[in-house]
Design a protein. Sequence first.
Length: 273
Amino acid sequence: WLYYNKEREDLAKNALTKLRKSREAAEEEIEAMIKERTAGTSSVMVTYGQFLTNPTLRLSLLIGVVLQCAQQLSGINAILNYAPAIFKDAGESNADLATISVGAIFNLMTFVSVPLMDKLGRRTLMLAGLALMVVSYVGVGVSQYYHHIAGEGEYHWTSPVAILTLITFVISFAIGPGSIPWLIVGEIFTAEARGKASSICVGVNWVCNLIVCFTYDKLNAAIQPYTFFFYMGIVVISFIFTLLFVPETRQKPVDQINREISEQALKCPPTVF
């Protein structure tokens, strides 16, 4: 932002030095930004059609779109919007207090995730977050299932398990799928493609958000107490896709990232990518 929007190379370098803990790494990143900006001003902008015809752009866009889908179709907004009802379905009598606790921890972990992304890497955190979300959904689903089949008071463990696993879920989401998809979209595209790619990915994100918000009630009524096993399946698919196709982008120039994506696209049949 300091470099591209404010044209303050000095401030951008100072900010990167604090973030990377290395003046040399900051200078290398600034040099990469300068080269990218110079190339962008002398190059023709990518058209929407090229996202379909160019294998590297096609796979890059697919990565961006799938990560946005993974973020929203994981059911995070269903949990945040319907947390009191979810806790009641698991036997929690003080559902409002439990909901406030989950929301507070979610907001706190969003800030904690920022330094972790540069320390551990985007791909690593994305995979770790998705894996922990699967485990958390098992706990939520099992607690709802046993409370549903047994009724009030039969299984006293369902309420604390639901609270613990939902807290674990929002922590896992915050450190991984909550923030990393937005960051990766800005890192896997060159300046010529970034604007159009970002607009597509943001649009997909909002569409998926609306799908979850408008379908959760009907889905829950139709398959409850198996609702969160359904969302768990989506998270498992997201984990597999990330494992197979999403590159690590931490402290890598966009040219290197594009080369890695291009190599990955060449390994797949033309009918796929």
